[in-house]
Design a protein around this ligand. Structure first.
Ligand code: RB5
Length: 149
């Protein structure tokens, strides 16, 4: 783990309980969790929560981020609009590991209405324990970054 062991978590109303469960788990792994998601169940708009989490990463405040909504899709789309963010939705551990190893993803998105708590915890573990492999994958990530210009 690098000096910056801070990870930002956020969600919309559809994923509050799962987000809080993940936050408690991630804390036990030694991360400093910055949970900026809503805590009350009123309907809210996932784009603003995805954007706010993404800004914590591009500002350097947090190294990684995890966002959740009902499907994981909308909040992922919003996060990926922020320059410098590479966020993938994962419903399986293989993808969660690979988006770190090959895509250098700095954010993970999970659908709280798609996967159960046990699978979500495994997905988070796979994402957080994997490292970017660089090499040819670095060339490809650089090509993604170039698309932002
Ligand atoms: C909220 O009902 C739902 O649309 C949202 O959580 C998410 O699934 C959007 O992508």
């Amino acid at each position: 783990m690098t000096a910056n062991n801070r990870i930002v978590l956020s969600s919309d109303h559809a994923a509050i309980a799962l987000r809080q469960t993940l936050a408690a788990h991630i804390t036990t792994l030694g991360w400093e969790v910055v949970d900026i998601g809503p805590t009350t169940p009123e309907s809210t708009h996932y784009p603003k929560h995805g954007e706010a989490a993404a800004q914590r990463i591009v500002s350097g405040d947090c190294r990684l981020g995890i966002v959740l909504c009902g499907t994981g899709q909308g909040i992922m789309m919003a996060a990926n609009k922020v320059k410098g963010i590479r966020c993938g939705v994962c419903s399986d551990t293989f993808s969660a590991r690979m988006i770190r190893q090959h895509n250098d993803a700095n954010m993970l998105s999970i659908g709280a209405r798609v996967v159960g708590e046990g699978v979500a915890l495994d997905i988070v573990d796979a994402f957080l324990s994997a490292e970017f492999e660089g090499g040819r994958h670095g060339t490809r990530v650089d090509m993604i970054t170039a698309l932002e210009q």
